[in-house]
Design a protein around this ligand. Structure first.
Ligand SMILES: C[S@@+](CC[C@H](N)C(=O)[O-])C[C@H]1O[C@@H](n2cnc3c(N)ncnc32)[C@H](O)[C@@H]1O
Length: 478
């Protein structure tokens, strides 16, 4: 992260936000130590945890001594204040001292959900939508502290790059900062074993300026071994997708991703615009506890479909010897929890770490007997319908094949680093017309669902996408 800082002038001011024991400061000082002409360094370190401060002070003593020995001067101050709340206008960064705004903010901020009405969230109300996360507020506060042309280097979860919760934040950030480099840790497990960070992490380097740098550097490593990273670049106009007003930051880390993006983005309409709707199953287990049944034998029982019932291409219900409720008692009070038994596409809202693909879909195609009683879908399941009519069987099979395909999996990975499947990401996704979907459905009906390669190839040829995506995600390889 210290090596991402592009310029260290004769007088250099940096901020380490959430400094902990001062590792990032030490790394930056180490880098400065190798510069041959003298530097005057001013550092502001924000840290609220009194337990780490003695170690932080010790780190600073060592940094001062090492820099002095190399002919530099370090003036470092630890601020025991909340970084998000300590904004310009406060005495340190009063407007009169604008030139003292930081050249660089470097940070490994806390990753924690905050209350919507916490003082930190209220300080940045304009970028908060839903439940805010401390790391995004740290990034926003850093932008405020940077001088024009100053640089932010932040290691954070990738989750701010897509999804509705961070949309206002992305718009706000990208209106003020130009992305220069993003490093992706492809494995959610390898880089941060101790911290139990389960989503993809990235290091973002961005410059405070309103015009976008045309090319953004991208690098990717499996885990922490960044020296072996694979480098590429991506046009900012390709990386930042403003088409639906969501300013999604896409990360095409494999060379074949560009072909996947071109293929999918050649469809002019989105999932929504094709008349499709994605909704979340209404049954929240703990709220519906009184209606849940362990057996489907009860006279009022209707099938309860949960995430574990959704296997690629197959809705496996009921699952033998499961410990989870299998049915719902469709009594009067449970009317809002059931849906008419129609043709649906079921899509898991989360994929487990062991799954090869992020999107896992199955068909729900009730026969005449099954249509006599409704069906209940659990809250970790998304279901797809048509806004004005029932989906045909071919459309359902086609949509299931699309969602389960390598093509869609790769596209989804470019857009999202999370194992969570946000309905918003699906809604804005470019989508083929329903005739083509139907054609895919007819063709895949003749292929065994275990033959994934044949299905992938059938999806591509039916949609006229010729080059097969060759990238196999390394977690799948592992
Ligand atoms: C993920 S740790 C990173 C520590 C260090 N920068 C590193 O990379 O090893 C985040 C640090 O931020 C501190 N912190 C949490 N909330 C803070 C706040 N509102 N203001 C300042 N520091 C905070 C925590 O005490 C913790 O030491």
């Amino acid at each position: 992260m210290a090596s991402r800082v592009s310029q260290i002038g004769e007088g250099f001011t940096f901020v380490d936000a959430g400094a902990g024991t001062g590792m990032l400061t030490a790394a930056l000082c180490d880098r400065i130590g190798s510069i041959s002409t003298p530097r005057r360094i001013t550092a502001w370190l924000y840290e609220t945890d009194p337990n780490v401060r003695p170690v932080l002070q010790q780190t600073l003593r060592e940094c001062r001594a090492a820099l002095a020995a190399a002919g530099h001067h370090l003036d470092a101050t630890v601020l025991e204040e909340d970084f998000v709340l300590h904004r310009p206008g406060a005495p340190l960064f009063a407007p009169a001292s604008r030139s003292e705004y930081a050249d660089v903010v470097i940070m490994n901020p806390p990753y924690a959900k905050l209350e919507k009405d916490s003082p930190q969230a209220r300080a940045f109300a304009e970028i908060v939508h839903g439940q805010p996360n401390a790391y995004a507020l740290f990034m926003a506060a850093a932008v405020d502290l940077l001088r024009p042309g100053g640089e932010l280097v932040a290691i954070t979860p990738r989750s701010f790059c897509n999804g509705l919760y961070f949309r206002e934040f992305r718009r706000w950030l990208l209106a003020r900062m130009s992305l220069r480099h993003i490093h992706v840790f492809e494995s959610r497990r390898a880089a941060f074993k101790d911290a139990q960070v389960l989503q993809e992490n990235i290091i973002t380097t961005a410059v405070k300026q309103t015009e976008r740098t045309p090319e953004v550097m991208l690098s990717v490593s499996h885990g922490a071994e960044m020296d072996h990273a694979k480098w590429s670049s991506c046009a900012a106009a390709t990386m930042i997708d403003d088409s639906a007003g969501h300013s999604v930051i896409r990360l095409p880390t494999a060379s074949s991703d560009f072909a996947v993006m071109r293929a999918i983005e050649s469809w002019s309409d989105s999932f929504d615009e094709r008349g499709l709707r994605i909704s979340t199953g209404p049954v929240v287990a703990f709220r519906a506890a009184e209606y849940l049944l362990d057996s489907a034998e009860h006279p009022d029982a209707v099938p309860l479909i949960s995430m574990h019932n959704i296997r690629p291409f197959v809705t496996a219900w009921p699952v033998a010897k499961g410990t989870k409720p299998v049915a719902l008692r469709a009594s009067h009070g449970a009317a809002s929890l059931v849906l008419p038994a129609r043709n649906y596409v079921l899509l898991r809202r989360f994929s487990s770490k062991e799954e090869r693909r992020r999107l896992i879909a199955s068909p729900y195609l009730p026969n005449a007997e099954e249509r006599r009683r409704p069906v209940a879908l659990e809250n970790h399941v998304n279901y797809v319908t048509h806004t004005s009519r029932e989906l045909t069987e071919d459309e359902v099979r086609g949509l299931v094949a699309l969602f389960n395909s390598d093509l869609f999996d790769r596209y989804f990975r470019v857009v999202s680093g999370s194992t969570q499947v946000n309905a918003t990401d699906i809604r804005v996704m470019p989508f083929p017309d329903l005739q083509s979907v139907s054609r895919v459905g007819k063709r895949v009906a003749e292929i065994a669902c275990s033959d994934r390669d044949a299905i992938d190839s059938c999806v591509r040829t039916s949609l006229g996408v010729l080059s097969p995506p060759s990238h196999v995600p390394s977690e799948a390889r592992a």
